[in-house]
Structure formats: C-alpha cells, structure tokens
Design a protein around this ligand. Structure first.
Ligand SMILES: *Cc1c(COP(=O)(O)O)cnc(C)c1O
Length: 353
C-alpha cells in the first residue's frame, strides 16, 4: 500500500476470492463454478470475426442481450439491467441505496460487508438462527438497504417466497435486494414480485448456472425506476462494462437456455449423491438448494479436512469465521468429480482413525 492511498481506503478489508491456483490441476470444488462447458452455440459464436471486431466499442445498452433477458423472464426491457458480473450490481446497490445503512445476515456472501465498508455504510448484522436459517422477522422495518441472498451462501438454505415477500412489505421505505446467484439449482425466484413492489431489486448471474463465470455477466430485474438508478451509476463509472464477447456469449446462452437448465438438474442429482455419501460418513449437511453443500464432521476439523483434501488435489472452500469454521463449502461438480471427492474424504477419515 502506498502512502498516497486515501485514509478511508487504507483500512478496507478487501474481499478474498476463492483460490484459483495455477500451479497444478485440482478438482476445483471451491468457487461454485459449473463443471459443464458453455453450450455449443456460445463456443461457435465467439468466432474470428467477433475477435477482429474487438477493435470496436461494445453496445453500451446491450440491446440484444437485454431484450433476450427480458423475454426469458417475462418482464419489459426497462426492467432489466446488465452488468459485469452480479458483483457489480451489489456494488452499485450499496453505492445507491446505503445512505441509511444496510442490513444483512451474519453468515452470508462476504462481499456485502466489503461494499458497506467501502462506502462507509453503517451495517446491521442480523444473526442467523441456530440452525442457520434466516429469521425474517428481524429484517422487518429496517428502513435501510436490506440484502438477502436466496438461497443463502455459504449455507445453501432457501427462504420461501412468502417470507421474502413479507420482508419486502415490511420495508416499504427502503430497497430490498435479493441476490439469486444460486436460484436455478432448485430455488424459487422473486422476479415475479418485482412487478408488484417498487422497492424490490433482484440480481442474478451467468456465473454459476450458465457456465460463464469467466465472461463476467450479471443482471438485475426490478421496477424501471430502480433500473434507471443503476444505469445512472453505470454511465457515471463505466458505460462499456460488458465487453463484446460477453454480450455475444450471454445472448447465445439464453437461446440455449434448456442446455443450462438440464445441467442444473444434473447438479441437483450430483448434490443428492454427494449429500447421501457424506451423511453415510457421519457428516452433518445443511439442506441446500444451491450448487454447493455446507458440510461438517465431528471426526475432523473443517480446516484439517480442507488441508488434507488440498494435498490430495481436491479444493473446497473453508471459512475461518468462528461460527462456521467447522464446515466446508463443497461445490457440486460432475458425477466423476464428486466420486473422486468422496473417495478422498473416505481416505482422509480412514487415515484419521
Ligand atoms: C458468486 C456470487 C455472486 C457473484 O457472482 P458474479 O460472478 O459476480 O456474477 C453474487 N452473489 C453471491 C451470493 C454469489 O455466490
């Protein structure tokens, strides 16, 4: 850090992304990526001509992609905002709506607290219940930006739409941001509710269910006035925030949506398989509607399991936070990957006896 950095930024505790080691090939079950490649159409669409066209700026309005997202989710184009990953939407939402503070659970996506710190936003951290579910009553009448990931991360636990709606109704004077990064793996989206509530902002991403983590594409759906707010920030920071190749890939991915939804079904199957195997080995697993499971064993500490799996070439995500340090978050990959993972866990537990 240089002496030139302004003091408010010097103290920021930046977000720590999951490891992306380049030293050897791991079975990567640590950052919730898809084990499946993008669909054929996406691969074909990124052709030589499109690469040559990189000399040109991209369409800042993302017209085609926006239209496709609107059609897919049965909303109007002016209810859609596209962004460079959904992290950008979170960034913009904290920037735009955090004036009176922000409220979110103690155990949730780690980026929320980073954005709050970045913008000097006062936070109300609401503890999850003992069983890691969200007590929605405690989110009523916060009168500040309310942020809920549904399904939540890293627990994978889903909130019902009724409970989400009650949180929205009971915060009429502030924005409720529902982060649906994992909704395609068995959750129910709140997108329909955006037609009814002007304070609901739903955000989602092509990173998890649509195999485009490296392309960086996120979207928000909300009342058109909220979308205008986000556009204002985008045009005040980086109007060309979604590059040409990503716009093409996103458009094709929507055309081939069935492929991705089939992949989600496979992930759900593999999630069942992995859950059953781990339960057989004595693990406790939280009920997940995401492409990961959150698991702990009283036979081995969370950190030790993480380290031993890494030695065996399997990466999972361990968090040091006191409340969840016994757990590991395990991304659900292909059937073959999950079989290898289970074999590795069995070996480790055997060695541990
Ligand atoms: C992965 C993730 C995101 C961000 O995804 P992008 O790759 O930036 O689109 C947002 N919220 C949650 C809860 C996530 O897990």
């Amino acid at each position: 850090m240089s002496k030139f950095l302004k003091s408010s930024l010097q103290k920021i505790d930046a977000y720590t992304p999951g490891e992306q080691p380049q030293d050897k090939k791991y079975i990567k079950l640590n950052t919730n990526e898809s084990p499946f490649p993008p669909s054929e159409g996406v691969i074909k669409a990124i052709n030589e001509q499109e690469v040559k066209d990189l000399r040109l700026y991209c369409d800042p309005e993302c017209s085609k992609l926006r239209k496709a997202v609107a059609e897919l989710y049965n909303v109007s184009e002016n209810n859609v905002f596209l962004s460079n990953g959904s992290d950008d939407i979170l960034n913009f939402a904290f920037m735009a709506y955090g004036e009176n503070g922000a409220a979110f659970p103690d155990i949730t996506y780690g980026f929320y607290s980073v954005f709050a710190e970045l913008y000097g936003i006062e936070t109300t951290i609401i503890p999850l219940n003992e069983d890691f579910t969200i007590n929605t009553l405690r989110f009523y009448n916060q009168n500040k930006l309310v942020v809920i990931a549904n399904p939540n991360a890293p627990t994978g636990i889903e909130l019902t739409l009724e409970k989400i709606e009650e949180v929205i109704i009971n915060n009429p004077e502030s924005v409720v941001l529902v982060d649906e990064a994992y909704v395609d793996f068995g959750g129910i989206s709140a997108i329909e509710l955006t037609k009814k509530y002007k304070n609901l902002l739903v955000c989602s991403t092509f990173s998890k269910s649509r195999s485009l983590a490296g392309a960086r594409l996120g979207f928000a759906i909300a009342d058109s006035e909220l979308i205008k707010d986000l556009e204002k920030i985008k045009y005040s920071t980086n109007p060309y925030n979604i590059n040409r190749l990503t716009q093409i890939a996103g458009l094709m991915a929507i055309k081939e949506n069935d492929y991705y939804m089939d992949n989600c079904k496979k992930i759900i199957e593999n999630r069942k398989f992995t859950t059953n195997e781990l339960i057989g080995l004595g693990f406790e697993i939280l009920p997940s509607k995401a492409n990961f499971i959150f698991a702990k064993s009283d036979k081995i500490s969370g950190e030790n399991l993480y380290l031993k799996l890494k030695e065996k070439g399997v990466l999972v995500r361990h968090f040091k936070n006191e409340r969840i340090k016994d757990f590991n978050r395990i991304t659900i990959g292909s059937k073959a990957e999950m079989e290898s993972f289970v074999v590795a866990v069995k070996e480790i537990l055997g060695e541990n006896l």
